[in-house]
Design a protein around this ligand. Structure first.
Ligand SMILES: [Zn+2]
Length: 467
């Protein structure tokens, strides 16, 4: 018998990952147009395991959006032959059963259940990426939600009130799935346009034991509950949706809820996932263990943002949505700066799943910039490294973001390159850099390597924000 998801041996985990990827990856690289086009001349018979996966170049949000509106070309759209060749056994058995029961109509329904995108949510740095979930994905989201609830230490007699604004986001929908998957009594109290007093009014009518709130609003919610004199006798958990708060922020939030009349010390526990994902990861109620991930439902890597290579150090959290249908992420660089994943058993709860411990900064390399005409945009600084890596004559580089000046009334990206390439390459590089970063750069080629190195030392890195 296989152990539960959070107590598996390394061998079991490796076996489950191998089995999942062997079935799922071939479908993902052939039946999602975006990925099919990017596999290029890699022999697709090799893309069946983690090593094969790592032959694929990582992708970024900008790549997906450039390929089509909302990133729709990353949605799995298999034909019947591809389903036969790549679906896992339970899907094939389900389809066969549906055909026996209802003939052609049954087959169609079974395929729709697995592959038709039913629910979309917005993800990415500005919510422009649409992430599609199928019926089978929604079932998985309920399973993920039940797991997160277990990690958070929630119980079936808990009464949950959510203060997250309603909307097409992973945060809101993920908490709905969590409550549904864990069979909790829940009120997702905050409709569109409602403020936190609506949440206080809802909490006043229920014996609320769990409050869910966006991390940046936790203390404000406590203040509103205090002002409204909301009864908080039963409250024991505040789920802070966002990157884990610092010890200081946690203490301040506990204090704010105590002032609001919470009887006992409430646990402040984080719940977070990259907005393009379908899973929210939780901190455990035992505490101190970081965010607990689901290794049988996703492959996580940490990549060096400047080379796109796997690193043992801190870097860019990169996601492969192993086994999910709908939107397929293959080595999607979420842009979240993280420390290396920890695989030791959690000191709090003993679960041995990979955990994200320490600071975590979403969209660390995607910064807001002022474009022409005062329009706000986003620059993806990882794009510089991606372009430079494809330019063999560059021996060293650095880049600076500068604010508007009298000559150029927008933020400017200046890229210095050491090495000697053809003069005609500068124009090509400028166009490639604009596509990869989102801002037209000024390229200064032929800078002496020593000078570039001095600039890197002075700025403390290859990227300097001087605005
Ligand atoms: Zn734990």
């Amino acid at each position: 018998m296989v152990a539960p998801w959070d107590r598996r041996s390394d061998d079991d985990r490796a076996r489950i990952e191998a089995a999942t990827l062997a079935r799922w990856l071939p479908g993902a690289v052939t039946a999602a147009p975006f990925h099919a086009a990017r596999v290029g001349d890699i022999d697709d018979r090799l893309i069946v395991d983690r090593r094969g996966l790592q032959r694929l170049a990582p992708t970024r949000e900008r790549d997906l959006l450039a390929d089509g509106a909302g990133g729709g070309s990353a949605v799995l759209r298999p034909n019947e032959q591809q389903v036969k060749a790549t679906a896992d056994d339970s899907v094939i058995v389900g389809i066969a059963r549906a055909i026996r029961r209802d003939g052609t109509g049954g087959k169609r329904d079974a395929l729709v259940r697995e592959y038709r995108p039913l629910q979309l949510h917005r993800g990415g740095v500005a919510g422009e990426l649409l992430v599609a979930s199928t019926r089978s994905d929604l079932d998985r989201q309920h399973r993920v939600g039940a797991r997160a609830a277990a990690v958070l230490g929630l119980r079936e007699d808990d009464v949950l009130v959510s203060a997250l604004p309603a909307g097409p986001t992973l945060d809101h929908l993920g908490v709905v799935h969590l409550a549904t998957g864990a069979a909790l009594t829940a009120l997702h109290a905050r409709g569109v346009g409602d403020d936190l007093t609506t949440v206080a009014a809802a909490a006043a009518r229920l014996p609320v034991t769990v409050l869910v709130v966006a991390a940046h609003e936790a203390d404000v919610l406590a203040a509103v509950l205090r002002e409204e004199r909301t009864e908080l006798r039963e409250l024991r958990t505040v789920v802070s949706v966002g990157p884990p708060p610092t010890a200081q922020q946690r203490a301040a939030t506990i204090d704010a809820f105590r002032r609001a009349g919470a009887d006992r010390e409430v646990a402040i526990l984080a719940l977070w996932g990259p907005s393009v994902s379908r899973s929210l990861w939780a901190e455990c109620v035992e505490g101190g263990g970081g965010l607990h991930t689901y290794p049988d439902l996703e492959v996580l890597e940490v990549l060096d943002p400047l080379t796109g290579r796997v690193t043992d150090g801190d870097g860019d959290l990169t996601l492969t949505s192993a086994g999910w249908h709908g939107t397929v992420h293959l080595r999607f660089q979420t842009g979240t700066w993280v420390d290396p994943l920890t695989t030791d058993p959690c000191p709090g709860c003993g679960r041995d799943v990979p955990r994200l411990v320490g600071d975590l900064v979403p969209h660390a390399w995607e910064l807001p910039v002022a474009l022409d005409g005062g329009v706000r945009g986003t620059i993806d600084l990882r794009g510089i490294a991606a372009v430079v890596a494809r330019t063999s004559w560059v021996t060293a580089w650095r880049a600076e973001l500068r604010g508007p000046d009298e000559r150029v009334p927008r933020d400017r990206l200046v890229v210095e390159l050491a090495g000697t390439g053809p003069r005609s390459d500068t124009g090509r590089l400028e166009r490639a850099l604009e596509a990869a970063t989102g801002l037209a750069p000024e390229v200064i080629a032929g800078v002496h390597e020593d000078e570039v190195v001095r600039g890197i030392d002075a700025a403390g890195g290859v990227l300097a924000d001087r605005r």
